[in-house]
Design a protein around this ligand. Structure first.
Ligand code: WTA
Length: 649
């Protein structure tokens, strides 16, 4: 609530600069026209986008077939994502792009590679042929566990070329998490690397794959990219080196003509239960959504050097490092390592080195840089920048203002983009030539997106009151389901109201209709822009023999947005203290990954519960924040528990 109040007091307004608006892909008049069309007839709007921004082998017969909650977009249409991201830039009027940089890759140790569209085509065709040679067929799943290296981009595009469905698992997840995801998707092949670089040293990846595959029977082959050159065990008959496979592979591979609804990828994300959800995205609608939004919101031009700092293992990397950007024929920059290695100005050095023009990052990174000091960005030439973006969590107005001033030099528009793994592409966002921005607000829905704030009954909430963020009409990039679990898909997203999408975020609108996103309303925490379910962390904790019960909550954190606090009840007789605390944090890292490690573990002999036995998280949240509980505690089972947790007794 305090957040809502502070945001409501935010009165600063930033108007688009005429110099920017004049040159924008989507000028004010276009934006107005599209908003009208998108509101009146979203299907016509999206069909126009699909025609103009995506190349099809066969035109669709029907724009949308909607039987809630199941949508089919561009029914009967045939296309190929790798064709749209590569081949079409080598043909006709675009043929000059053959030697244009598609990917600029910067390794953490300072090595770099520039891959042109022509070269990308050859490499993608080669790896597509390698996959075929390994028996991968249309519809088969291929899992990835990779550092940020160009081979990841090449391999995912190769999957799309032959119609294999990829499932990318962020390299920071543990072997256990990887195993669950491989098994859930039933992956036939895993693509990995010996390791990658982080904070100046190589870290291994392949051993986690070896671990994960003890208990993943579906996997037949593992392809390993040599990145660090560290000693790597290879299992004969199963493991193959990427470079050996690529040698002699043919550079010709015709793109498969895939149905618009062909499964493009599965990406796992946290929910309110312990089990991650495999979010399924398909081909035609997704590509239309990400290509159109990238063109409109990031204003991508042929001259741009676009850099999104997200790892490809997250949805932001899928949609706006790779697909939406390459489909526009733009140059995308990939960076392998951490932002502060070897010095706190590494990111700004990269912007200076490559002349980055469009920069898309997360509030948690911005807050880290604020703390490190202005001298780092100030010591580098950032004059190439012309547009800035933010994603992943609410950006606090102070961080927004710093980003505008210190990075954008008050010259660059900022697009604060709200969306989710489930939405596929950006949903609520400024359009840089046509929307006044207010620090902390994602502003207005993209044309053709029907976002609203609803109450429990599904009635629209009047400004300035808060409620639940909802999307009332289907959109092309929407998830098509949870892999293997239609029931959970319905329950999670479509059961709160009839035929309306429940996003899981709280929000309110101001008098101008601007959206202010307040964060999750369910048991999902947003740590540094990464979604982690409280239940996942709790099950990792209770799987330790010394733990009887655990409850996990988020508390606000100046840098990461939210920090994880775990309340743990040890089993009787267990000696607890710093040693157990460390053991438990390591346990979470082992089961889920280092990103989910609790910042703090508090031991307690009991957890506050309602009479029906439900843990009262609201109270725990207050305690974690050091606030007095002012909420209703009448249903609390044992008052003394509260006092002990606070440390009063
Ligand atoms: C949060 C990331 C406020 C939100 C693309 C959402 C945001 C979750 C914003 C999705 C934003 C994302 N302002 N909150 N601009 N962008 N979020 O699936 O809580 O990793 O539900 O997708 O991040 O996270 P996900």
């Amino acid at each position: 609530m305090a957040d809502i109040e502070s945001l409501l007091k935010e009165k600063r307004v930033f108007k688009p600069k005429p110099e920017f608006s004049r040159q924008a892909n989507w000028k004010k008049s276009t934006i107005n026209e599209y908003r009208r069309l998108g509101a009146k007839n979203p299907e016509r709007f999206w069909a126009k986008m699909a025609r103009e921004n995506v190349s099809w082998f066969t035109r669709w017969k029907k724009v949308l077939q909607w039987k809630a909650p199941n949508a089919k977009w561009f029914v009967g249409g045939k296309l190929n994502v790798s064709y749209n991201c590569i081949d079409r830039h080598l043909e006709g009027d675009n043929a000059w792009r053959r030697n244009k940089a598609a990917i600029i890759w910067e390794g953490e140790p300072g090595d770099s590679r520039v891959i042109t569209y022509g070269e990308l085509h050859r490499e993608v065709c080669k790896f597509a042929n390698v996959l075929k040679g390994l028996g991968v067929k249309k519809g088969d799943r291929v899992a990835f566990y990779m550092p940020m290296v160009p081979e990841l981009a090449i391999a995912m595009l190769a999957c799309t070329r032959i119609g294999a469905t990829h499932s990318i698992v962020f390299g920071g997840f543990s072997a256990e998490s990887l195993r669950d995801r491989i098994n859930d998707a039933g992956a036939k092949v895993v693509v990995t690397a010996d390791g990658g670089y982080r904070r100046g040293a190589p870290f291994p990846l392949k051993p986690a794959v070896d671990d994960a595959l003890k208990g993943a029977e579906c996997v037949e082959k593992v392809v390993v990219v040599k990145r660090t050159g560290t000693q790597t065990e290879m299992t004969a008959g199963r493991d193959l080196w990427w470079h050996e496979q690529m040698q002699g592979a043919s550079t010709k591979c015709a793109p498969a003509k895939l149905d618009a609804e062909h499964p493009l990828f599965i990406l796992y994300t946290s929910g309110t239960t312990g089990k991650p959800k495999g979010i399924l995205h398909t081909t035609g609608g997704y590509l239309t959504h990400v290509t159109t939004t990238a063109q409109a919101i990031f204003d991508l031009k042929d001259e741009d050097v676009y850099w999104c700092t997200a790892d490809i293992g997250w949805i932001t990397g899928h949609s706006y490092v790779i697909y939406g950007v390459l489909a526009n024929g733009a140059t995308t920059l990939m960076y392998e390592g951490v932002p502060t290695h070897p010095a706190p100005d590494r990111w700004w050095e990269i912007i200076e080195k490559w002349g980055v023009t469009v920069f898309y990052t997360a509030p948690t990174a911005i807050r880290t840089f604020i703390r490190l000091g202005d001298e780092h960005p100030n010591g580098r030439d950032l004059s190439s920048l012309r547009l800035l973006g933010s994603v992943g969590e609410p950006i606090n107005p102070e961080a927004w203002i710093w980003y505008n001033k210190v990075i954008g030099k008050r010259r660059c528009p900022i697009v604060d983009t709200w969306w989710q793994t489930e939405t596929g592409g950006i949903m609520i966002t400024p359009l840089p030539a046509g929307v006044d921005t207010k620090p902390g607000s994602a502003t207005l829905p993209f044309p053709g997106v029907d976002a609203a704030i609803l109450d429990d009954d599904g009635d629209e909430v009047e400004p300035p009151n808060g409620g639940f963020l909802a999307i009332r009409k289907p959109w092309p990039g929407m998830m098509r389901g949870i892999w293997g679990d239609p029931q959970r898909f319905r329950e999670t997203y479509w059961s709160k109201w009839k035929d309306i999408y429940f996003a899981g975020d709280g929000a309110h609108r101001d008098k101008q209709g601007y959206f202010w996103i307040m964060g999750r309303v369910d048991d999902v925490m947003n740590i540094s822009g990464h979604r982690i379910g409280t239940m996942e962390v709790e099950s990792a904790l209770v799987s330790h023999a010394d733990v009887a019960e655990a409850a996990v909550v988020g508390r606000p954190d100046a840098i990461t947005g939210t920090a994880i606090v775990a309340f743990v009840t040890p089993r009787g007789g267990v000696v607890y203290g710093d040693t157990l605390s460390k053991t438990l944090r390591d346990q979470v890292a082992k089961e889920i990954g280092a990103i989910a490690k609790p910042a703090e573990i508090r031991f307690t002999d009991a957890l506050p519960k309602t009479r029906s036995g439900k843990i009262m998280r609201r109270l725990l949240r207050d305690i974690a924040e050091g606030k007095e509980s002012v909420g209703d505690t009448t249903t609390l089972e044992d008052y003394s528990v509260l006092a002990r947790l606070r440390g009063d007794e």
